[in-house]
Design a protein around this ligand. Sequence first.
Ligand code: GUN
Length: 285
Amino acid sequence: MAHIIDGKKIAAATRAEIAERAKKLTEETGIVPGLAVVIVGEDPASKVYVRNKKKACEEAGFYSRVIELSEDTPEAELLSRLEEIKADPKIHGILVQLPLPPQIDPDKVIAAIPPEKDVDAFHPENVGHIMIGDYRFLPCTPAGVMKMLETEGIEVRGKNCVVIGRSNIVGKPMAMLLMHADGTVTICHSKTKNLAEITRRADILVSSVGKAGFVTADMVGEGAVVIDVGMNRNAEGKLCGDVDFAAVSEKASAITPVPGGVGVMTITMLLENTVRAAEAAAGRA
Ligand code: GUN
C-alpha cells in the first residue's frame, strides 16, 4: 500500500509560516499583503476556487478583494477594471481566474497584469524567469507539488519524471521545476504514442489531464511516486483526480489524494507569492 501524501497537513504547516511572515511585515512596515481575485462568469469550479482563495487570505491575515463580473463582460471592460485594481495601493497580487469566456483573450488579460503583481506567474516575463530558473514568482501548482516532494523527502535528482499534460498552467512549468531539480523529465500529452510504456518507467509520475480515471494501475510502475493534479467530478458528481486511486495505491510507493492533495498546496503557494509581492513592494526583495 502506498503512503498517502497529506496535502492538508503540509499546507497547514506552510500557511502557518506564511501567516507569520505576513504578521512580521505588517508589524514592521504597516503593509498588509493584499490579493485581488477577478472572476468573470459563473463557472462552478472557478467559483469554488475563488471562494477558497478568499478564505485562505483571511486565515493568513491578508487583505483580499474579489471582483465578480458577469459572463458577458466585454474584454475592454475587464481591461479597464484591471487598470483600477492595478492602481489600488492595498493590492500587491492580482489574479484573473481562468478560463475566461470566449469574447475575452486570456493572453491579453495576462499581459495587462504588471509582472511584479502577477502572483500566478502567467505573464510572459515571469514565464521567462521560470524557464531560466531565476524565479520571481513560482508557478503555484507546480511549486505546490515540489513542496510536497521536498517535505516528504522524495529526491528528484536523477529520477525519471513523467508529466502527463503540457498546459501553460501546470504541465510546462512542472517540467521546468523538475528539470531544475535535476530530474530527467518526459512530457506526455494527447498525441503521445505508447503512453503507458512511458509512464510505467516513471519514478515520479505527475498527471494533469483533467479526466477521471485516466491513470490506471497498468500505467504505473511498482514503487512509483504518483502526484495527481486532476480536479474532476466522477459520474456520481464527487470530486476526484485523474488517477484510479484505489488500484494505483496498491502499486505506488506514495500517492496524493484528491481532495486533500495538490489543490490545497496550490492555494498555499499563491499566498506565498502574495506575501513575497508585498515584501518586494516594501523594498524587501
Ligand atoms: N484556473 C485553474 N487553475 C488556475 C490558476 O492556478 N490560476 C488561475 N488564475 N486560474 C486557474
